[in-house]
Design a protein around this ligand. Structure first.
Ligand code: SAM
Length: 200
């Protein structure tokens, strides 16, 4: 059943022009494993919920397959959220654009025009899609992507190493509930698709 639904998800994404299998293969055949060794905090203690199977992965987010498929999965979510969009690119532009506009409006309202965004923390950055959007929208800021999965972070960092950016993104393997980062050190803290609320 799990295998069958996986196949449906992959085929649906590929029909929307997301080269799911190709993207996955590219990650799995890259030097991401070396980056993993540099980025991983071996002393991290994972919360229990993080060690449970999640999505279609027995090891949840702590696996290479989950990390290699994460970007394709992220792209396809936007298309499902905005079915009227004519392409994946358009759907992502709408979803991410709305989120970025909300950040800018909030910052303007509460911090004022003269307060610049210099430091950004993206908690639950996964493979870095949201962090890259933030870094591109605020190029003069220093962005940090933080996640509990060293596999996801390795994919994010490996991709970032191939880009040349004025302020390269820094990747931190930590728990967003207790980051260990200095207090009051960020102008914007973002959690995109991380927190869910359950209404009963
Ligand atoms: C759906 S993904 C977020 C995607 C990403 N922010 C984006 O917009 O593309 C949720 C992420 O939250 C991370 N996460 C879950 N609990 C966390 C915690 N306590 N601390 C840090 N990251 C956590 C997961 O590893 C996963 O990468």
């Amino acid at each position: 059943m799990k295998l069958a639904s996986r196949e449906v998800i992959i085929r649906t994404a590929e029909k929307s022009n997301i080269p799911w299998r190709e993207m996955t293969k590219k990650v799995l055949e890259s030097d991401v494993y070396e980056v993993f060794e540099r980025i991983r905090d071996p002393n991290i203690v994972y919360p229990d919920y993080y060690l449970s199977p999640f999505h279609a992965y027995d090891e949840g987010n702590l696996s290479w397959l989950a990390a290699a498929e994460a970007e394709a999965a992220t792209l396809s979510i936007a298309k499902r959220a905005i079915p009227e969009a004519t392409s994946i690119e358009e759907a992502n532009k709408i979803v991410r654009g709305n989120w970025m506009n909300a950040i800018e409006e909030h910052h303007l309202k509460y911090s004022g025009e003269n307060c610049q965004i210099n430091d950004i923390l993206d908690i639950g950055c996964s493979v870095g899609v949201s962090t890259r959007y933030l870094a591109e929208r605020f190029p003069s800021a220093k962005a940090v992507g933080l996640d509990l999965s060293p596999y996801f972070l390795a994919v994010a960092a490996q991709k970032e190493e191939q880009l040349s950016r004025q302020n390269p993104i820094r990747w931190v393997h930590a728990n967003g509930e207790a980051t260990g980062l200095p207090p009051n050190s960020f102008d914007v803290v973002s959690l995109a698709y991380v927190v869910i609320s359950i209404i009963s």
